[in-house]
Design a binder for this molecule. Structure first.
Ligand SMILES: Nc1nc2c(c(=O)[nH]1)N[C@H]1C(S)=C(S)[C@@H](COP(=O)(O)OP(=O)(O)OC[C@H]3O[C@@H](n4cnc5c(N)ncnc54)[C@H](O)[C@@H]3O)O[C@H]1N2
Ligand code: MOO
Length: 397
């Protein structure tokens, strides 16, 4: 039970334990920002619904000069067709009347009274015309289920005729931080106490996903407090413990879970920081035990809590993939635990930060990336590409 497993095996194991939450009644598309499509998105209309102009100018039929016979505006299409020698004033996005052969852009046009002629440029048949359905047609499959819903997906869904979409119940995530030393009010720490900071950090990380988050006041380091917390939150989809994950006299999370009848899927992963991370199941409930050191909590939340929440929310891609970025400084060889090194990306180069202690929050808050150094990997020279996870961690963006 206490042998270290690799991160990749641990994540695979975790994701086999989690199912997406049930689907519920369709919800307004705008309310699904940050969620995932519960079903594939199909077009319920054709876009554009007719041939439309891509430029402001004139829709013309035949060779010029032309007689101006009307106007086609957005929302008010010209009601008739163009005969040879006819033209209509047209706006960007307006329907091209039947019979339109080309769009004469207004910069190249000359109008005298009702007569339009070409003053400049070339008139290419079909140019500046967006054909009916070139973006998508009614019934087309647009996006697969499990796609993340961001601003562009919201716009696409609406353009495709959907004001509401099937949705999933928001999973309920409860965050529990354990430690006799923790105080809720950072401004009033007694002797031997420190401000509780992991719970707020984990809740902030989880808030990137469309879930209901309950952050509780710090728990005492006692088995009774843990058992009471398990009872109190029995209906949550995911319980996230921070602290009490290791082997000390006051680390009660794993033994308390075992006593409560939970199955421990794994405890201890070959990673640094974050080794004592634990995943368990109690009935249908998933339980994560994250190590208390703040940077260990952050890194294990990044690799376990967020993927688990994404799976509950119905994501098809739950794991973030690292991107190769040019290394700014040599890095030493790595031992038996995969390392995640706080780093800064600037001007396309990633530079590791010196402080590696897993309690050092300042370095975490200064970092905008984690460099991924696989276990047993050799020394890396500056100028080579290193797998890197950009992290949402404040900053200017
Ligand atoms: N003999 C061993 N000792 C330790 C081992 C080990 O293998 N053998 N593992 C070390 C590693 S690695 C880590 S990481 C830590 C994890 O410890 P716990 O999960 O049991 O965490 P705690 O002991 O409760 O706390 C550790 C540290 O973090 C501070 N902390 C805890 N919770 C919070 C919070 N919510 N907000 C802010 N800070 C918090 C706590 O005060 C401690 O300083 O174990 C090593 N030990
Ligand atoms: O997570 Mo401990 O992760 O090595 O300080």
């Amino acid at each position: 039970m206490s042998a270290l497993i690799s991160l990749v095996d641990a994540q695979e194991r975790l994701l086999t334990l989690v199912n997406a939450a049930d689907t519920i009644a369709p919800q307004p598309v705008e309310s699904l920002l940050g969620g995932y499509l519960a079903e594939p998105l199909l077009a319920a209309r054709t876009q554009p619904a007719a041939d439309v102009s891509a430029m402001d100018g004139y829709a013309v039929a035949g060779k010029g000069a032309w007689k101006l016979v009307g106007e086609s505006r957005c929302g008010l299409p010209f009601g008739s067709h163009l005969a040879d020698g006819d033209a209509v004033r047209i706006s960007t996005g307006a329907h091209c009347p039947a019979g339109t052969q080309a769009i004469l852009i207004q910069e190249n046009a000359q109008v005298e009274g009702e007569i339009l002629s070409q003053a400049d440029g070339a008139l290419v048949p079909g140019e500046h015309i967006r054909r009916e359905g070139f973006d998508f047609a009614d019934g087309d499959p647009l996006l697969p289920g499990g796609t993340r819903i961001g601003p562009a997906q919201i716009a696409l869904a609406r353009a495709a005729g959907h004001g509401r979409l099937p949705a999933r119940r928001k999973p309920r995530i409860v965050i529990l931080e354990c430690g006799d030393e923790l105080t809720s009010d950072p401004a009033s720490c007694g002797h031997g106490q420190i401000p509780a900071s992991n719970g707020a950090m984990l809740a902030a990380m989880a808030s990137a996903e469309l879930c209901d988050i309950v952050a509780t006041p710090p728990l005492r380091d006692t088995p009774d407090a843990l058992v009471d917390a398990l009872d109190a939150h029995a209906t949550a989809d995911l319980l996230v413990f921070s602290g009490g994950a290791s082997v000390g006299d006051h680390d009660h999370v794993r033994p308390s879970l075992q006593r409560a009848g939970a199955d421990i899927a794994f405890w201890k992963v070959a990673m640094r920081p974050g080794k004592p991370v634990m995943v368990a199941q109690l009935g249908k409930q998933l339980i994560l035990g994250l190590p208390g050191n703040p940077v260990s909590s952050f890194v294990t939340a990044f690799h376990f809590m967020l993927p688990a929440i994404r799976r509950l929310c119905g994501a098809s891609e739950c794991l973030v993939r690292p991107v190769p970025i040019l290394l700014g400084r040599d890095m030493a060889a790595v031992g038996g635990r995969q390392e995640f090194v706080r780093a800064q990306i600037a001007d396309g180069v990633v530079t590791p930060l010196d402080q590696r202690d897993s309690s050092a929050l300042l370095t975490l808050a200064t970092a905008n990336a984690l460099i991924d150094r696989p276990a047993h990997s050799a020394e890396m020279k500056a100028g080579t590409h290193v797998p890197t996870y950009p992290i949402q961690n404040g900053g200017n963006a």
